[in-house]
Design a protein around this ligand. Structure first.
Ligand SMILES: *[C@@H]1O[C@H](CO)[C@@H](O)[C@H](O)[C@H]1NC(C)=O
Ligand SMILES: *[C@@H]1O[C@H](CO)[C@@H](O)[C@H](O)[C@H]1NC(C)=O
Ligand SMILES: *[C@@H]1O[C@H](CO)[C@@H](O)[C@H](O)[C@H]1NC(C)=O
Length: 442
């Protein structure tokens, strides 16, 4: 497999000169414009998979957003730019600790070319599909993708901006189980090559981004206005310090306890001691957020006491009628026995994830995010028990908050301050996550 040495050298020189000229062009472009404007991009929800895609890559095909993902990856044309193994980008792409339960890279098409220790090889990275259990991975060249998005002042859409992002090439088979038409994944995790990290480094607008499912993503420090709601949201919503899991790249909430509150009565879930804590050594535990999982899952030792508390709370007044479970849910109720609230759905208990560490209030899951209609007269608590832990090497989080629980919640991640601003369910306010004004200013 080894190429003649001269050819290898030529390729290397070519790659370096391409990189240099790109770097120079980029410097020139940035100097001339000095543009630090935040960027906005629309999201779309794929009805078949319930995954969310961002339209940001040139060529039209959207990318699935993965809040915990370390990388951007996509399929590549046969001719694409590469990075030398010794590059900073290559180190960043491979320095991340392997993602949750990532299998070994499984397509051994590499021969000698993909050995990142060789000085004149081209760099490879290890994109993984986030959605299926087992998280299949592949090996692909590190490359750059051309992208564009609109600048924004947080109120409306200003003008288009082009940029490039470093990411990994992936084989077509890694697209399986992603929405039809999606070209890859945009990782939003706490890693140097996640999309928000790259944009922050490039545009100098603060290591901050906002996600509001199912409608919009905003990169950079900016006020945010949604729909006709006149109030600037980022200044008024709650905040919590983010917790860190040294073994995982996702975003964690410092949750101490879980309780269920209805009509002023609090029913605590009797969790085993330390059930929610993060084990810094193995990475097990913690309460984390996911944009690739539909319903919130809880590890069995957390789920059992939680649903007991919820069922006890809703049962207390005595008028709510339980009905047969509808898989994958366990607690279902007859809607004829529930009261309706004016704007926000069924009158049911509120779930409190009790935050410590100086958070301004608890993370509350309200009716619109907690109950799902499963039949004419049936609503179910939209929480699911996690599968059994696969054992050593794949330690499970305690709770993974899924997208059903995150929709129409504004989340503003501030990596400079290690803080998450969160709105809770927006419905009552008149703002919605689909309410960003995408009409381009003329
Ligand atoms: C900018 O916004 C306009 C109007 O929403 C849209 O048509 C256009 O595709 C956007 N441009 C980019 C680069 O996203
Ligand atoms: C929930 O509570 C009701 C009434 O108190 C009971 O009949 C039902 O079995 C409980 N469900 C579960 C899953 O514990
Ligand atoms: C949306 O933005 C456009 C362009 O800036 C503006 O003309 C329009 O009035 C805005 N619409 C609303 C409802 O604010």
């Amino acid at each position: 497999m080894s190429m003649p040495k001269l050819a290898t050298m030529r390729l290397y020189v070519l790659a370096v000169s391409v990189l240099l000229s790109m770097a120079v062009q980029e410097c020139a472009a940035q100097r001339s414009s000095g543009d630090h404007s935040p960027l906005v991009a629309p999201l779309a929800k794929d009805p078949a998979t319930s995954l969310y895609t961002i339209s940001i890559k040139d060529g039209g095909a959207p990318l699935v957003i993965d809040l915990a993902g370390p990388l951007v990856w996509s399929t590549c044309p046969p001719a694409h730019q590469t990075f030398p193994c010794g590059s900073r980008e290559c180190a960043a792409a491979n320095g991340v600790s392997s993602p949750l339960g990532c299998d070994n890279a499984d397509d051994g098409t590499d021969g000698g070319r993909h050995d990142n220790r060789r000085p004149y090889c081209s760099c490879t990275a290890h994109p993984c599909r986030p959605t299926t259990s087992g998280r299949p991975c592949a090996t692909g060249d590190l490359t750059t993708f051309a992208m564009s998005a609109n600048a924004t002042d947080g109120r409306s859409t200003l003008y288009p901006v082009s940029f490039t992002a470093v990411g990994a090439c992936a084989p077509d088979r890694l697209l399986r189980s992603l929405p039809a038409g999606a070209a890859g994944v945009a990782g939003f995790g706490r890693a140097a090559l996640s999309l928000p990290s790259q944009l922050a480094a490039r545009r100098g607008f603060g290591r901050r981004f906002a996600v509001c499912l199912p409608g919009v993503v905003v990169f950079g420090s900016t006020p945010i206005y949604l729909k006709y709601y006149p109030v600037e949201l980022t200044a008024t919503i709650a905040f919590t310090p983010l917790a860190k899991n040294p073994r995982r790249g996702g975003y964690y909430l410092p949750v101490k306890d879980i309780s269920v509150v209805w009509d002023g009565v609090t029913t605590p879930a009797s969790l085993p001691p330390r059930a929610l804590e993060i084990d810094a050594w193995t990475g097990r535990g913690g309460v984390t957020l996911s944009t690739v999982q539909r319903y919130t899952t809880m590890r069995a030792d957390v789920y059992r006491p939680f649903i007991r508390a919820f069922n006890a709370s809703i049962g207390k007044p005595g008028y709510v009628k339980s009905v047969a479970a509808v898989a994958p849910f366990e607690l279902c109720y007859d809607t004829y026995s529930l009261r309706r609230l004016k704007r926000t759905g069924w009158n049911v208990p509120t779930i409190h994830l009790e935050l410590g560490a100086g958070a301004s209030m608890n993370w509350m899951v309200n009716n619109g995010n907690s109950m799902v209609q499963m039949g004419d007269r049936t609503v179910c608590l939209a929480f699911v028990e996690m599968g059994p832990e696969a054992g050593y090497g794949t330690p499970a989080p305690a709770v993974v908050i899924g997208t059903y629980q995150l929709e129409d919640n504004l989340l503003v991640f501030d990596e400079d301050k290690e803080v998450l601003h969160f709105s809770g369910l927006l419905w009552g306010s008149g703002a919605t996550c689909s309410g960003f004004n995408f009409t381009l200013a003329s």
